[in-house]
Design a binder for this molecule. Sequence first.
Ligand SMILES: *[C@@H]1O[C@H](CO)[C@@H](O)[C@H](O)[C@H]1NC(C)=O
Ligand SMILES: *[C@@H]1O[C@H](CO)[C@@H](O)[C@H](O)[C@H]1NC(C)=O
Ligand SMILES: *[C@@H]1O[C@H](CO)[C@@H](O)[C@H](O)[C@H]1NC(C)=O
Ligand SMILES: *[C@@H]1O[C@H](CO)[C@@H](O)[C@H](O)[C@H]1NC(C)=O
Ligand SMILES: *[C@@H]1O[C@H](CO)[C@@H](O)[C@H](O)[C@H]1NC(C)=O
Ligand SMILES: *[C@@H]1O[C@H](CO)[C@@H](O)[C@H](O)[C@H]1NC(C)=O
Ligand SMILES: *[C@@H]1O[C@H](CO)[C@@H](O)[C@H](O)[C@H]1NC(C)=O
Ligand SMILES: *[C@@H]1O[C@H](CO)[C@@H](O)[C@H](O)[C@H]1NC(C)=O
Ligand SMILES: *[C@@H]1O[C@H](CO)[C@@H](O)[C@H](O)[C@H]1NC(C)=O
Ligand SMILES: *[C@@H]1O[C@H](CO)[C@@H](O)[C@H](O)[C@H]1NC(C)=O
Ligand SMILES: *[C@@H]1O[C@H](CO)[C@@H](O)[C@H](O)[C@H]1NC(C)=O
Ligand SMILES: *[C@@H]1O[C@H](CO)[C@@H](O)[C@H](O)[C@H]1NC(C)=O
Length: 826
Amino acid sequence: MGFHKYWSLLLVSSLLTVCNASKSNFSPQRYHVGTNPSISTEALRRGQSITLSPEESPLLTLDYGSEVAGFPYFQVSQVDGPVQLEVKYTEQFDGLNHVWADGPYYMASGLSNTFRVETFNITGPGKIKSYFIQGGQRWQSIKLLTKGHITFKEFGFIPTIDHVDLDDLPSTFNSSNPKYNAIWKLGANAVTAACFDANSQTSTWDITADGAYIRGQKPAISAAGNSFSDYTLSFSSKIVRGGTGWSISQPLIGEGILLLLVSNLPNATSFVNTNRTLTPPNSIVVASGWGFVNQTTLDSQAVGSFPIPFEIQEEKWYDISTTLLNGSQLSVTIQGSQVLNISLADYGVSDQSAGSWGFGPYQDQIALVRNVNVHAKNGTLLYHNDMEHSDVLSEYGVQPNTKAVCLDGAKRDRLVWMGDFFHTSRIIPVSTSRWDHVRGTLDYLLETQISTGQLNIAPQIGYNPSSLKSIPTFYDGLEDYQVLGLLAFTGYFQRSGDIDWVRGVWPSFKKQISWMINQIDKETRLVGLGGFIGDANGTAISAAVVQSLKEAATVADALQDSNSAKKYRKIAGEVSKAINARLWNPETSVYSHSISSNTSYGVLDIAFAITSGVANGKRATASLTKLASLKLAPGYKDISTTSDSSADISPNTNGFLLGAAMVANDTSTAKYLLDNLWGAMLNDRYASGASWEYVGQNLSPGLSLFTSLSHPWGGAATYVLTEHIAGIRPATPGYKSWLIQPAVEGFGLDWASAKVMTRYGPLSVKWEVMDKKVHLNVTAPQGTSGKIQLPIGYKTKTVTVDGIATSEKNEVFLKSGTSIVTFQLS
Ligand SMILES: *[C@@H]1O[C@H](CO)[C@@H](O)[C@H](O)[C@H]1NC(C)=O
Ligand SMILES: *[C@@H]1O[C@H](CO)[C@@H](O)[C@H](O)[C@H]1NC(C)=O
Ligand SMILES: *[C@@H]1O[C@H](CO)[C@@H](O)[C@H](O)[C@H]1NC(C)=O
Ligand SMILES: *[C@@H]1O[C@H](CO)[C@@H](O)[C@H](O)[C@H]1NC(C)=O
Ligand SMILES: *[C@@H]1O[C@H](CO)[C@@H](O)[C@H](O)[C@H]1NC(C)=O
Ligand SMILES: *[C@@H]1O[C@H](CO)[C@@H](O)[C@H](O)[C@H]1NC(C)=O
Ligand SMILES: *[C@@H]1O[C@H](CO)[C@@H](O)[C@H](O)[C@H]1NC(C)=O
Ligand SMILES: *[C@@H]1O[C@H](CO)[C@@H](O)[C@H](O)[C@H]1NC(C)=O
Ligand SMILES: *[C@@H]1O[C@H](CO)[C@@H](O)[C@H](O)[C@H]1NC(C)=O
Ligand SMILES: *[C@@H]1O[C@H](CO)[C@@H](O)[C@H](O)[C@H]1NC(C)=O
Ligand SMILES: *[C@@H]1O[C@H](CO)[C@@H](O)[C@H](O)[C@H]1NC(C)=O
Ligand SMILES: *[C@@H]1O[C@H](CO)[C@@H](O)[C@H](O)[C@H]1NC(C)=O
């Protein structure tokens, strides 16, 4: 029985705990009953009954205390009805005051409800469960829309993520500063909400003998027609409630032409909150863009609603056909008669390029769709699907997730954004320790690998990954996400030492590395690709490549692939030298943003120059000094050329900086970021308990209601607290040898402790500073050893290990087991 087996046992027991926990539902902790949503709530007792009635108490506000996810449900004990209920979900409280709460989310079909508002018709007591998962929220409201009374005895969410106790995760952090303890939980909560097991996210379509039964959602798009243009889409649809919806000229992610056919809205099936302005009865509604309403960065352009000259009945099949020609001429026939023929250009809609089609009605609507045909302009049949077989689900991107994966955010975009995974993959090993979530995500990304070696930068979880390979936009955009994905892999290996899995995927990552190496200019030895972290031929990307090659060399070492190790180190050295020669600007004393922009610089140029080891101590310190000109409240703007007034502060980019500041011993920058940028996320008016996507300069969420408040990309503080403040880091893969560098100075802490679940067992430290002494209690598992290192410049008089004086000074070497170490400072 080797270490591997020992680890399996540990993993099994930690998973068991998680699974036990995940059975219990998420319950609200506080509530308010009144006429409007209220943030002033009172404690909700378990089993407490709540009654809503039309005049003085129609609206219930529920606060779950922090981010939760799952199927909404409620238990009705009594109803004098039928009554209709409008239920809203939102991460920040203010969403409850808006018609669409904090949605809708038309970015992608993320195997969750597109809408953040849904309506129920309650006819009797019992348990009511929503069909759709709500991906992430802290707040909920339930509004009685009609006459009658209703009494609930329970509410909550049936979890579709692990229901964990953040105080009792496999890996932990604690300190004398409660604010830092809350900040540590932000990342832990975000990875808990945004990562989940295979098959945990259910399909949003039902396939029946009558075709696909589709409830209101963003149209889910066929992967079969991405390159089609000038076609006629025809299908049959039966409206079950409200209307049926579809899209054409629709890329898998992006803007398209959206259509709704609205029924005559009979009273028997229409909810009283049906928006008859947006969806008038007997009409075709057309919009161009992301959805039917604007949602921050997801723009929509209303083309109009066009009356149908006859009644559109529910429970009746209609043959619908839609043609888009020449990127603009849109026509629709119903039962063979033309009901629409417009030039989109006349409505100010720009030319539509090629794109597929999809199906999805509007909020609270339901329709069946069957017998789908697509004909080319010349009459050739290009596509046929009766929509009666379960393979429809994977084609339209609505099959349950096949792998454990981590999304960019719990509520949106709900894509496996590869670049975002850098921080996610570092938070998991110090908190939930769900290595299977890291592996699942990387395995999923690898399934999308194309012959060039590139991986899809943002696969949607409902498609078969291989069906995404033919869609160039997901490979050409944000090319530097390839590098961040590679760093997620190498960083995971350093923390896990998961050698068996790594051996299996190594050939695929080597292909990706070869692609990356090909982007290095033969002459200049700088990296010619750009994207998110900076410009081509710039410091950030070139240094990130250096860092990834050095880390990949460590993986190669572990696999005895010495040729690769040698090659990667050689190239890393060349690029490093080129950055110092061409991108260090001695006049500005900072690394430049790129060779074509040598007076500008940014957070990531500085951060990657440091973490990659490209910058020597002097250049690191000089660069960090330049941060002064990027400093805003509550963090640093990305680049010197952005205007201060428009800058949102990114906890993602500032997260790289936070790590870099600690590497360069700049505790004041790190403390500024922790106290202010991460501190802002604790403001109860907006807080979700998880890390945010963006923070505005006024300390509110940076993209208003749209902002994901459970975005692991903004959670770097979690691993920086464990790895640099409690101070436990792996020195070799899997913590076989470890390094403890307690941040005994710079953060005003009296003590800090952390435990990391390693493949050998738990490794923990608790340090305490008092009376010119630093006490440490280190417990290290069998098979490991390491050292404690106090900050340079610390003068120690004596050092004892388990009470026995040693000759060591600022560094003490330790074996496995528990060691009590005391540094007496002079
Ligand atoms: C953190 O430490 C304090 C003081 O020892 C203790 O009361 C608290 O329970 C600890 N928190 C966790 C989550 O272990
Ligand atoms: C439908 O309900 C509205 C009010 O809710 C009422 O005015 C109307 O007469 C009803 N229509 C029918 C056909 O019952
Ligand atoms: C609600 O259910 C009742 C009882 O089945 C039914 O009569 C009514 O038409 C339903 N209302 C809606 C809007 O579906
Ligand atoms: C109805 O939709 C219109 C947009 O068409 C919007 O302005 C309005 O706020 C919506 N009203 C409600 C109550 O949803
Ligand atoms: C969305 O906002 C744009 C810009 O303000 C506006 O032109 C457009 O009409 C809006 N779309 C809808 C559907 O309201
Ligand atoms: C196609 O669209 C272009 C503008 O994009 C226009 O010049 C041309 O006349 C259109 N052709 C037809 C056949 O409508
Ligand atoms: C739609 O209108 C255009 C322009 O008026 C016309 O050329 C075309 O034939 C019409 N299409 C159909 C299907 O009637
Ligand atoms: C009809 O159009 C399709 C798609 O553009 C094309 O593949 C096919 O060759 C065409 N057929 C004829 C007979 O022109
Ligand atoms: C990067 O630099 C090389 C060499 O100067 C140049 O050929 C290439 O066009 C540059 N790439 C970009 C995207 O500017
Ligand atoms: C910065 O770029 C300008 C114009 O390309 C060049 O003249 C100057 O020498 C460069 N400065 C440094 C320090 O590289
Ligand atoms: C930071 O401190 C470590 C030792 O604690 C030292 O090795 C390193 O050189 C320092 N870095 C800088 C940039 O001063
Ligand atoms: C040191 O830490 C270990 C593990 O957390 C604990 O069992 C032990 O009691 C601690 N010893 C002292 C002296 O604090």
